[in-house]
Every structure is written in C-alpha cells, then in structure tokens.
Design a protein around this ligand. Structure first.
Ligand code: G6P
Length: 369
C-alpha cells in the first residue's frame, strides 16, 4: 500500500521508485493506447476559454514552482502563448496586471498551500479563468478553481516532493500537446513522435533507477561539502533548481541552481577544489554550449558531476563523475534528469544521518502564510 514504506527505509525513496508507475497512472485515460492521441477533459470541457487565452500565468510555491518553469517552456514552445511563472506569495501582494483574457494555472501537490489559494482568489476577482493541477483529490484548490486536472500520483508522504513533481510535469506536457493540437500548431509527425516518446518515459526512468546503488556510492564522496552548484540550460535549468532544492531540504547543504551560462556573472567566483558542481549535460541543442561551461569549471578545478547520455565520449573525459541517463526528446528530458538528482540528494542526506522524510523546519503543506 502507498501509506506504508513497503520495505523501503524511507517514504522518499519509495516515492522516487514509484515514479514509473505514477507517470503511467497520470497518463491513464489521457493518452489513448490505440490512437496515441492526448485527451484532457479540462480542455474538451473548456475549449473556448483555454483556446482563447491571451496569456497563462502559472502560480505555485516550492517544487511546484519549478514544475511551472518547465510548463512555461512547454506551453510557449508548442502553443505560442506567453506564459508567466510566479511565486504565489509574490503574485498575491503585487497588484498584478490581470484580466479576463488570462488563464491562471495553479500548481500544487497538496492543494492546500495558503499563498497559492490566495493567489487564486485574487485571480478570480480580476476575472481570470483558473485551472488547477493538484494531487490531493477534493482539496481546497481543486474546490476553488474553474477546472483542473489531477496528477493521480497517490499520497506523497515524504516532505521533499518527488513523484508529485514528475506528475505535474507530465500533466503540463499533456496540456501543452493537447492545446497545441487544438490550435493546429503541431504537425502530426511531431505530435506522434512526442507521444510515443512520452509513453517510453516510465521504462527509461526504470533504467535510471537501476543506478541507485552507484549513486549511493557516489554520494559518500560529498558528505564533506558545505556548498553545491547545479547547472542546466533550457529545459534543464528548472531541473537544476529542483536538484539544488532537494539537496538543501534534506541534507542541509547549501546549494544553488543556476542557468549554466549565467554562472560567469557571479557563481564562478565560488568555484575551487572544494566545490561540487552538478551539470545536466545531455546531448540536446545546448550540448556544445554546456561543454564550454564545463571547461570553465574545470579550469577553476571544480569537482564536476555530469549527467550524460550513454554514448557521450567528450564530457565523460572532462567530468570527475558521470551518471548515465537514457536519451529522450529535449522537451521530455526533465522527467528523466530529475530522477538521479532526487537520488543524489537522498543518499547524501542518508550518509549524513539526516531525517529525510521529516526534515527540520519544513512542513509537507504550508497552510499558513
Ligand atoms: C512545502 C513543501 C514542498 C512543496 C511546497 C508547495 O514547502 O515542503 O515540498 O513543494 O510546500 O506545496 P504544494 O502542495 O502547493 O505543491
């Protein structure tokens, strides 16, 4: 059962390992097994309102906000509608410009986060249409939105969010694809290709999970560290932010996520032999750029841990440590690259003897301001 640890030492590890199944649950009934078409009831029921949106504003907190950053790239790429991503706590107090041409997407695992709820209330007052993407069925956010899609990943017990993140990214991917199709902005070949690849993601995550033991061993090197830097570009930038957040939350090691090219405007000053730098370096459109970012770190003797594709021969020589992950389409990479970063944070925290399921000072759902 999902309320027990099923032999895992912690809920967090169990929930990391549930992700292949969760993503399948999330796609069930939405990706048609025969026609390979995406169907989201929220879109079919509110077609006019969603197709007519002039802008999307995603409001969220914490890990859900990181999923929102990926959602922005997906929706802008495939639907050509501008998307803003805001911390709910900032949005609610800054008198935002918003009207009935806007659609607000509220992302929340618990559906109870006070700031996100308040952001929704404000958006509704101003006439926006509100679409919720939540996990907990019947929680406050789904009860207070115009429509929504549940992520269906089952109860998440570990305070540090894992499977809810990949569930949110899956729903955002389905949303972007379905809306793009409705808007006739995507050709059939691309649409089919992305859906086929999406259906492969659970199997590819299983491949990554097979490296759990390697990652556990690797983690032992880093218990000394007081700081970490995580770098990524494009779709991998929010993944870098999320990797850094996971480490902070459960191991209490300070970590910063940064867009790799922006590193030269500050964080590069921090790099020395003591500084582990995690780089998401898969072979996508930004690959050549990432190689030069890695060279910049190497020149300053940073300790590089790179996430690479199996056939990589260049970065495997530059990096101190490599974690191999299966190839996929660039727009789906976050669903895979996130997994080793969750495991890395988990094992470092375990090595340090921290309580990974109940980290100090944090709450699973923040129902007060
Ligand atoms: C808390 C949790 C985080 C979570 C955030 C937003 O800080 O510890 O894991 O990402 O709230 O929660 P929500 O339920 O709105 O996604």
């Amino acid at each position: 059962g999902r309320l027990e640890k099923d032999g895992y030492p912690h809920f967090m590890l169990k929930e990391i390992f549930e992700q292949p199944e969760c993503i399948n649950d999330c796609m069930r009934g939405r990706v048609n097994k025969e026609t390979h078409e995406v169907q989201l009831s929220a879109i079919s029921e509110h077609k006019e309102r969603l197709l007519g949106a002039r802008r999307f504003i995603i409001v969220a907190c914490g890990t859900s906000w990181h999923a929102g950053l990926i959602g922005k790239q997906l929706i802008e790429t495939f639907c050509r509608i501008p998307v803003e991503v805001e911390y709910a706590s900032e949005f609610r107090y800054r008198n935002p410009v918003i009207d009935n041409g806007d659609v607000v997407i509220a992302l929340s695992q618990s559906g109870e986060t006070a700031d996100t709820l308040a952001a929704i209330e404000l958006a509704k007052e101003k006439g926006a249409f509100v679409y919720g993407i939540c996990n907990v069925v019947g929680s406050s956010i789904p009860r207070n939105t115009d429509t929504g899609s549940y992520i269906h990943v089952g109860p998440e017990i570990g305070v540090a969010s894992t499977k809810a993140f990949t569930g949110q990214v899956t729903v955002l991917t389905l949303f972007a694809l379905a809306l793009s199709k409705e808007k006739q902005l995507i050709n059939d070949t691309t649409y089919r290709c992305i859906i086929d690849e999406l259906e492969q993601i659970p199997e590819k995550i299983k491949e990554v999970l097979k490296q759990n033991q390697n990652i556990a061993e690797l983690s032992r090197i880093f218990t000394y560290a007081h700081n970490f830097i995580y770098l990524g570009r494009g779709y991998s930038y929010p993944v870098a932010l999320e990797g850094a957040l996971k480490l902070k939350e459960i191991s209490y090691i300070h970590a910063e996520g940064y867009p790799a090219a922006e590193m030269k405007h500050g964080p590069i000053a921090l790099i020395d032999t003591e500084m582990p730098v995690v780089v998401i370096a898969t072979q996508n459109a930004m690959y050549e750029k990432i190689i030069s970012n890695i060279q910049e770190i190497k020149a300053r003797k940073g300790h590089i841990i790179a996430l690479i594709n199996p056939n990589d021969t260049i970065i495997s020589k530059l990096a101190d440590e490599c974690i191999e992950i299966p190839e996929t389409l660039e727009c789906l990479e976050p669903l895979i690259t996130t997994i080793p970063l969750q495991l890395l944070a988990y094992h470092i925290a375990v090595c340090k003897g921290k309580d990974v399921d109940q980290p100090r000072n944090l709450a699973k759902s923040v129902t007060v301001e």
